[in-house]
Design a binder for this molecule. Structure first.
Ligand code: SF4
Length: 483
């Protein structure tokens, strides 16, 4: 199925919605050949038209151009027309309807802040976007739960600190992050940690100058436990030496993979003040783990979890992914039941995203073995029954069936940093390669970003520039105060 769009400066919405029904459909810039399967969407002075042709059969629908008072762009009107046609043609109903935005919860917050009535927000989701009742109910419940947390996060001068460790013991096939393989790049790790500790000092100085108050710390990656126990001590020691940890709301360290996380590292993480860790099985199927390039078994995850509890960790998150190659609906349900059986405080369920930089897309594109991911997510009904509530939600482009990622937690165990980064209510100061510092002013209206170099070797080699750019933090707040 090819996508051909004419008459619009940007056909992005149309393209995106067609892929809800035909996930791998390529966009073409030339008219489809006779008999070729295609979706042709056009916008012209005479109106809008969409034709679908598949296996020798076809259908066309037309509509007038939207009137200026309709509050609808020609792009959205054409995308809606294509959506309606494909919904009837395929018999499929995408759970989020024609909503293309990646932050549905944010949309609810924004509309509430703009004074919309609840029934108007209901109509926007259910009628205009054709969102399912179930998905909308979840987004609204999350928005309600987040409100007091966001108020805290939006306190003037509150900020979070993110520290990135872009190293992993092996590369997962679905990964699109910048992450270096330890086998190949181990020599970079120590100079990287040394630079990181210096960057933390610079961040401390900037935060002090701007009068900022630290609320949460998050060490993520990559896999932070790729560092040796001594390097973890060095890094977390630098965090402790530079930042006041006593008043923190949360301090998370991702101990993502059991193939590099041991009892000693878990003890260091605890000793240096982390309050929350993440152990990420992704799947409890050995076959799926092998297929995605993980060098550990499901039993290794169970052992790692037991070691974390033994080390005194009392707030643990576990990530799972729905739609991994080789997985099945029953296989995913088994992973979910196993995670629930361990009783972690958080379970985050992601939907597989096919990013261009991932091996799955580059090598495995014709693999049609992705099981019914919507049916997998339906199994998440096991989570409320086990006492978990959804507390943050986001979507990504190119996610299977345009589905969502949802963080579930036991009441009172919501991961604040996850909410703050998603809803963009506070400043996040980032350290490390690929770090993106996000500065938010006191009114939450003005935002500015400062980027670090993406790759560790560049970050190390051009570290003076990293430090120079960090001076933008205090400068931003000087401007904010009009000084
Ligand atoms: S552990 Fe995470 S960052 Fe590392 S390779 Fe796998 S998906 Fe990528």
């Amino acid at each position: 199925m090819k996508i051909y769009i004419t008459g619009l400066p940007s056909g992005y919405d149309v393209e995106h919605l067609v892929r809800l029904f035909y996930p791998m459909a390529p966009l073409t810039l030339t008219p489809p050949a006779e008999g070729e399967d295609h979706l042709w969407a056009s916008c012209g002075p005479e109106g809008l038209a969409v034709t679908v042709q598949e296996q020798g059969r076809g259908r066309t629908v037309t509509a007038p151009l939207p009137a200026p008072g309709d509050g609808m762009s020609p792009e959205f009107a054409l995308a809606s027309l294509a959506y309606g046609l494909l919904r009837a043609w395929t018999g499929l109903r995408p759970p989020w309807g024609k909503m293309t935005g990646v932050r549905p919860v944010r949309l609810i917050h924004d509309k509430r802040a703009a004074g919309w009535r609840e029934e108007d927000i209901d109509r926007l989701f259910l009628e205009r976007f054709d969102c399912s009742q179930e998905k909308y109910r979840m987004a609204r419940a999350i928005a309600d739960l987040q409100e007091p947390i966001l108020r805290r996060g939006a306190e003037p001068k509150a900020y979070s600190l993110y520290i990135g460790i872009p190293f992993c013991p092996s590369r997962c096939s679905y990964c699109s992050f910048v992450s270096c393989n330890l086998d190949r790049d181990r020599k970079l790790v120590q100079p990287y940690v040394d630079c990181l500790c210096r960057e933390l000092e610079a961040i401390r100085a900037e935060a002090e100058r701007a009068g900022l108050r630290l609320q949460t710390v998050y060490i993520g990656g990559g896999t932070p436990t790729s560092l040796s126990a001594a390097q973890l001590r060095q890094l977390m020691g630098a965090v402790r030496a530079n930042f006041p940890l006593e008043g923190l709301d949360e301090y998370t360290v991702e101990a993502g993979r059991p193939d590099c996380t041991d009892a000693e590292k878990l003890a260091v993480i605890k000793e240096y003040g982390a309050t929350r860790i993440s152990i990420n099985p992704q799947s409890f199927s050995d076959e799926v783990l092998a297929r995605i390039g993980r060098r550990h078994t499901a039993q290794d995850i169970l052992d790692c979890y037991a070691a974390a509890r033994a080390a005194g960790h009392s707030d643990i998150n576990m990530d799972l992914i729905a739609g991994l190659p080789g997985d099945t609906v029953e296989g995913f349900a088994h992973s979910l039941r196993t995670a629930i059986g361990l009783d972690p405080e958080n379970i985050t369920v992601h939907t597989l995203t096919l990013k261009r930089a991932s091996r799955i897309v580059m090598e495995d594109q014709e693999d049609n073995a992705y099981a019914d991911v919507a049916a997998m997510l339906e199994r998440c009904s096991l989570l409320p029954a086990a006492g978990y509530r959804p507390y943050y939600l986001y979507r990504q482009k190119n996610t299977l069936q345009n589905l969502e990622n949802v963080g579930w937690s036991k009441p009172g165990k919501e991961g604040y940093y996850n909410i703050y980064i998603m809803e963009e209510v506070q400043t996040i100061l980032s350290a490390g390669a690929g770090g993106s510092t996000k500065l938010v002013d006191a009114a939450g209206h003005r935002m500015q970003r400062i980027f670090n170099f993406k790759y560790p070797n560049e970050y190390i080699q051009r570290f003076d520039e990293v430090l120079e750019r960090k001076k933008g933090v205090a400068a931003f707040y000087d401007h904010d105060l009009g000084t």
